[in-house]
Design a protein around this ligand. Structure first.
Ligand code: MRU
Length: 343
């Protein structure tokens, strides 16, 4: 992704590897500050995933792939490292997919981690190519959370078709849900759209229904953290209600994700493990209390949207309805890299 810092444009990925150091953009402090964090061992990586220095399913997977390679480069027990990395967050399937993939190629862990991440970048780019075909000129698109380049190493998943639309001369406009409590929309998606010169407005999370009712949303595109066999999917808390509102108002609702987010071992969304994060994320904003000290909060980080609300899934292989997802099943993790040339 192109990033303008103090008037100078540079090319960055959300996460990369300079053996034995994993480098990542600190996503906790954007848009106020742009800082690169160095990750020097498995415990630091565990903390970085848990505290969301790196976040977004495919970027978490990329960091995890590098984490296995790093453990090997440091002469550590890589099975143990893999276990610790996997325990950092429970919902994004990419985390498990990536660790298992590199562990399967442990003799050449660095080379395979790098190939894995290259493949994720290419898959994200292809999601953009395929999704762009669904976007006409001057469309108003709603998105939730951040499923951009920050979340997917480069290009993004939900934002990739929007970037491609802009690149191909269309004029997309994006409604950006602020995405309480961590504000990934207001902070990160808006920041990426500013960098890309894509027109947008940030809206309070509870404004989307009204905009749909008024006919101001042409389509919605979101990312996913885990998609099950039947197409139910977990994504950032608040996604479910947007999907229901979209159906109620006749707005097409797309889910954009690479194969690494599909968990075909789970039949439906009821079995997706959902992360519950700290009360403070809800009760405080930037260290300032917004609720009485005596009040407790409940903070599920994701929700589950049943497949009936999804118009289609935008993948690197094409656009599929939930009834067609079985076609993706054959494209297993063993061949995730080799396949890239055959997509
Ligand atoms: O808690 P986060 O910020 O990691 O949650 C991220 C999301 O829910 C994204 O929409 C999802 O990971 C897709 S990212 C391409």
């Amino acid at each position: 992704m192109k990033i303008n810092i103090d008037g100078k444009t540079s090319d960055f990925k959300a996460v990369w590897y300079e053996e034995p150091v994993i480098k990542m953009i600190d996503q906790r402090i954007l848009p106020e500050s742009f800082k690169i964090v160095d990750i020097r061992n498995t415990k630091e990586l565990y903390d970085a995933i848990k505290d969301m220095t790196v976040r977004g399913a495919p970027s978490i997977g990329a960091a995890a792939a590098y984490g296995v390679a790093q453990a090997r480069a440091l002469g550590k027990d890589i099975e143990e490292a893999g276990k610790l990395i996997k325990s950092a967050r429970p919902t994004a399937y990419d985390l498990f997919f990536a660790v298992d993939f590199v562990l399967q190629h442990k003799e050449e862990a660095s080379r395979y981690a790098e190939k894995y991440v290259d493949s994720i970048v290419e898959r994200s780019r292809l999601i953009g190519v395929n999704g762009n075909e669904l976007i006409g000129n001057s469309k108003k698109i709603l998105t939730h959370c951040n499923a951009g380049a920050l979340a997917s190493v480069d290009y993004g998943t939900a934002l990739s078709p929007i970037r491609k639309a802009k690149e191909s001369g269309k004029n997309p406009f994006v409604w950006v849900d602020e995405t309480r409590p961590r504000l990934q929309g207001a902070r990160l998606t808006a920041w990426e759209l500013v960098q890309e010169g894509i027109e947008h407005k940030v809206i309070a999370d509870n404004a989307a229904g009204f905009l749909m009712y008024r006919g101001q949303v042409d389509l919605a595109i979101v990312g996913a953290d885990r998609i099950t066999k039947n197409g139910d999917f977990a994504n950032k808390i608040g996604t479910y209600e947007k999907a229901v509102l979209a159906k109620e108002n006749g707005v097409s609702f797309y889910v954009a994700a690479p194969l690494s987010t599909f968990d075909f071992s789970i039949e439906n969304g009821r079995d997706i493990p959902i992360e519950v994060r700290s009360e403070e994320e809800v009760k405080d904003i930037k260290g300032m209390a917004i609720s009485p000290r005596e009040s407790h909060a409940y903070n599920p980080a994701f929700d589950v949207t049943p497949n009936r609300y999804v118009t289609a899934y935008i993948t690197e292989y094409g656009v599929y309805k939930s009834s067609e997802l079985q076609k993706l099943k054959g494209k297993g993790k063993e061949s995730i890299i080799e396949q890239i040339g055959n997509i």
